[in-house]
Design a protein around this ligand. Structure first.
Ligand SMILES: NC(=O)c1ccc[n+]([C@@H]2O[C@H](COP(=O)([O-])OP(=O)(O)OC[C@H]3O[C@@H](n4cnc5c(N)ncnc54)[C@H](OP(=O)(O)O)[C@@H]3O)[C@@H](O)[C@H]2O)c1
Length: 241
């Protein structure tokens, strides 16, 4: 929603999600505030047919500028104790939907040698944690895919940009859906607003930065964590530190 609000003054938008009511309300708010053309497409991106419809719509866009692969959800629990259907759904959303939509968008963007794709990953891409195996794995995959595509674009001299946006804890519905108490997860200083995250993303997009970790605290944490020897990272996480 925040990406849409920040982009609406400059761009026409196609909003995609499952719930019609909040999406229509947002579209109407943005049309009134900015006079933008805002289309709404109700789709569950984990459903192959609905995903195909979204991809077809994207492929037909004459002036595609930006794709934001933002849809995602979390879950908690030991891998084998988590409902397999939930794990598979997460992989369809974080992996297969991103494959399809990024591939479709890049065909358009590379041909016009302009535009960008933002893949919303997470700091979990760098810091795999217990009780979060599927989530961490899909977010690492997102970061790896984005890096690979970045290299392809650079090699071919394309002006198209890609970004792996890697936020830490962010105020949204994400943790409400998990039934988690934010105060128990992390101190307030480690929580960002969605505005801060989106501002960091859009600012970095102008410079073509590949990995964007919003917030200096998270940048330090990621820098430290990725320099720890693997045995130390594993020991710390396994002990619950
Ligand atoms: N919040 C955090 O702390 C945090 C931290 C790091 C990364 N992230 C990542 O940030 C991204 C956005 O999450 P958020 O924090 O903004 O959570 P959120 O408030 O729960 O938003 C998730 C969005 O994804 C849509 N969505 C979920 N499942 C979908 C599906 N099957 N098909 C189509 N749309 C679907 C939801 O709309 P509908 O329910 O209407 O479909 C909603 O618009 C996610 O990729 C998440 O992994 C979040």
């Amino acid at each position: 929603m925040v990406f849409a609000r920040k982009l609406a003054p400059q761009y026409d938008l196609l909003l995609v999600a499952r719930r019609r009511e909040p999406l229509e309300a947002l579209a109407s708010e943005l049309r009134t505030a900015h006079g933008a053309v805002v289309a709404v497409l109700i789709a569950d991106l984990t459903d192959a047919v609905q995903l195909c419809n979204v991809a077809d719509r994207l492929a037909a866009e004459r002036h595609l500028e930006l794709l934001v692969n933002n849809a995602g959800f979390g879950n908690r629990g030991a891998f084998w104790e988590t409902d397999l259907a939930v794990i598979e759904k997460m992989h369809r959303l974080h992996v297969m939907a991103v494959v399809r939509l990024t591939h479709t968008a890049l065909r358009v963007l590379v041909a016009q040698n302009r535009g960008a794709v933002v893949n919303v990953a997470s700091v979990a891409a760098f810091a795999h944690r217990a009780r979060n195996a599927g989530y961490g794995a899909t977010k690492s995959w997102l970061a790896a895919l984005t890096e690979g595509v970045y290299l392809d674009l650079k090699r071919t001299g394309s002006a198209v940009r890609v970004q792996a946006l890697c936020p830490g804890y962010t105020y949204s519905e994400f943790h409400d859906l998990l039934g988690e108490d934010r105060r128990r997860l992390a101190p307030a200083s480690l929580w960002s607003t969605a505005e801060e995250v989106v501002d960091a993303s859009l600012k970095a997009l102008k410079k073509g930065t590949l990995f964007v970790v919003p917030g200096w605290r998270y940048r330090i944490l990621v820098a430290l964590f990725t320099k720890f020897p693997r045995w130390l990272r594993l020991r710390l996480e396994a002990s619950g530190s």
